[in-house]
Design a protein around this ligand. Structure first.
Ligand code: SAM
Length: 219
């Protein structure tokens, strides 16, 4: 494995400063997590030098690692606390899960593509992210055995908001999910309280599709 070199540390600092702080990301836990996680190790060797750029990158299997800003925006939107347990649907490269794992007590992450699931489990172990629990499954139905979660993040575009995931949120819990068409979506934040849940639109975004029983059916 390529070491966490000074060169990448500098690119990471620049990313935090120019792409995150200047665009309004202010949660100190999010900023320090993203200043720490070696994003270049979550992409192929050929793409490492581009990994701190202001864009998503391919990770194989027609999937992507999200743009740094969207990772920060979604993480900040969850208003995380240290002892939170968080569910992520769509492990992908594992980068988002690693950012979450720097902030909270435990992260549960589900991936439906086997090769990505195997690759990220190995990487989490190499990077000693022992507070990340992984599962190979269709995440559209959540992880009921481990629920309720303090926060849920869906990192693929859904046709609508899955009630089954809201049911797995604790009272006081937060969820972020991109909802819309297969081409573009709106990032929706959900707050759950004892009376029910309410939604907030955080703006446009573009994700690969969430495929599964409660997502898009066509692969
Ligand atoms: N969080 C990822 C990261 O940090 O790299 C970005 C993920 S990528 C934009 C979306 C991921 O969601 C893909 O890896 C895709 O295979 C996965 N996905 C799509 N539908 C899924 C489902 N029903 N359950 C679990 N994972 C799913």
């Amino acid at each position: 494995m390529v070491k966490n070199s000074i060169k990448y540390e500098r690119l990471r600092e620049e990313m935090v400063d120019k792409q995150l702080k200047r665009r309004g990301i202010s949660d100190p836990n999010v900023l320090s997590a993203m200043a720490k996680v070696p994003r270049h190790l979550f992409v192929s060797e050929a793409l490492m030098d581009q990994s701190y750029g202001d864009h998503p990158l391919p990770i194989g299997e027609q999937q992507t690692i999200s743009q740094p800003y969207i990772v920060a925006e979604m993480t900040q939107a969850l208003e995380l606390k240290k002892d939170d347990r968080v569910l992520e649907v769509g492990t992908g490269s594992g980068y988002q899960a690693a950012v979450l794992a720097e902030i909270v007590f435990r992260v549960y992450t589900i991936e439906r593509i086997y090769s990505l699931y195997v690759k990220t489990r190995k990487l989490f172990d190499e990077l000693r992210y022992f507070n990340i629990v992984t599962k190979y499954s269709d995440g559209t139905s959540g992880w009921s055995d481990e629920s309720p979660f303090d926060a849920i993040m869906v990192t693929a575009g859904a046709p609508d908001i899955q009630k089954i995931l809201i049911n797995q949120l604790a009272v006081g819990g937060r969820m972020v999910i991109p909802v819309g068409s297969q081409q573009d979506q709106e990032l929706i934040r959900i707050h759950k309280d004892e009376k029910g849940f309410y939604t907030e639109n955080l703006g446009g975004c573009r994700f690969v599709k969430l495929v599964g029983e409660y997502g898009w059916r066509d692969v």
